[in-house]
Write a protein that binds this ligand. Structure first.
Ligand SMILES: Cc1ncc(COP(=O)(O)O)c(C=O)c1O
Length: 339
């Protein structure tokens, strides 16, 4: 791992036009390739930026040791462990007993300390905050708790996904961009995109937020017009399985043009398979949910972004995700076939 000139663990990602590779797209389609982040997903943008800022804070406070804490066995945990390794600081991840050995191995390979505790994420997270984080040396240690999506530094880090398009001249301007498509769990990526668009004074570019019927957190929040906690969450798009939405996403929804797209889990799996078969890009169903809008769920682009012309541009955030492999894809293929 080498430090880039920006001194962030995340990397700049490509913006690639894929229009010619798609069948009958409603307009020009570009992929913003966040799956290329070294931890496997966009999560490294926000968590990497947050850690960079916290390390600066710790220096100012004369704290000699920064320790990263996470309770995510998913892409946020991997991003936290990767970022900690990049900055050469300690990382402890508490995972519930249901976690797989594969997840534990991946985190160990990145140098993280893994503690297994609790029957589910809530218990692991509580143990992390109430026991593990309280056992630090208060004089010298500087603990950094990495929430998977709910922190303004994380949104700031994610906002680069959009601002980089202009900073790196990936497009001369966003004049023809008629929409951006992203997936949502707790809404962290969405918040980052809104922040990025705001900073470019592009407050009119709408965002289509994709979720599955089995994890409809954003939809339910808007439907009930208040922050809610979903009681049951059983989704194959596991990285979208957040029981609650960040309050910032609820706020952003009210001020930024946003459409919500709801598809079945199986459609998200199909998006993942199509992306792999046609582009050789391996991601999770969390990403497949957004990708489905350029394949079987194209009607969502047409319906929401209205009056699309051939020269208009839609950007799909290919957010990535590390839990898929060829074995899981075979399993998804079977589920789709048997439906
Ligand atoms: C690959 C992937 N896509 C999308 C999401 C949803 O992100 P957010 O929780 O910021 O809405 C996640 C969250 O873990 C993820 O891992």
């Amino acid at each position: 791992m080498t430090k880039s000139s920006t001194d962030l663990p995340s990397v700049k990602t490509s913006l690639i036009e894929v229009t010619d590779k798609l069948s009958n797209p409603p307009c020009r389609i570009f992929f913003k390739n966040e799956y290329l982040q070294p931890s496997g997903s966009f999560k490294l943008r926000g968590i990497g930026y947050m850690l960079e800022q916290k390390i600066k804070e710790a220096k100012k406070l004369n704290k000699s040791k920064v320790i990263v804490f996470s309770s995510s066995g998913g892409n946020a945990g991997l991003a936290a462990a990767y970022a900690a390794k990049y900055y050469n600081v300690e990382c402890t991840v508490v995972l519930p007993t249901v976690s797989t050995q594969l997840t534990i191995n991946k985190l160990n390979e990145l140098g993280a300390n893994v503690i297994v505790h609790g029957d589910h994420w809530g218990e692991a997270d509580e143990y992390l905050r109430e026991i593990v984080m309280k056992s630090i040396d208060e004089k010298n240690d500087y603990p950094v708790y990495c929430h998977p999506f709910d922190d303004d530094l994380i949104w700031k880090g994610h906002s680069k996904i959009v601002t980089e398009i202009i900073e790196e001249n990936q497009l001369p301007n966003l004049d023809n961009v008629k929409g951006i498509v992203c997936s949502a769990g707790g809404g962290g990526m969405y918040n980052g995109l809104v922040e990025g668009l705001k900073s470019l004074k592009e407050n009119d570019i709408p965002i289509l937020v994709m979720e599955t019927l089995q994890a409809p957190t954003f939809h339910e929040t808007i439907e009930q017009n208040k922050l809610i906690t979903l009681k049951s969450l059983k989704t194959l798009a596991s990285s979208l399985g957040s029981p609650y939405l960040s309050s910032k996403a609820f706020e952003n929804y009210k001020s930024h043009p946003t459409y919500l797209g709801l598809i079945d889990d199986l459609d998200a799996l199909k998006g993942t398979i199509d992306l792999y078969d046609k582009f050789d890009i391996l991601t999770e169903p969390a990403c497949g949910a957004s990708i489905s809008t350029v394949f079987d769920k194209k009607d969502l682009l047409i319906k929401n972004f209205k009056n699309l012309k051939k020269d208009d541009i839609i950007i799909i955030i290919v957010c990535g995700g590390s839990s898929a492999n060829e074995g899981t894809l075979d399993f998804y293929r079977k589920l789709i076939k048997d439906q």
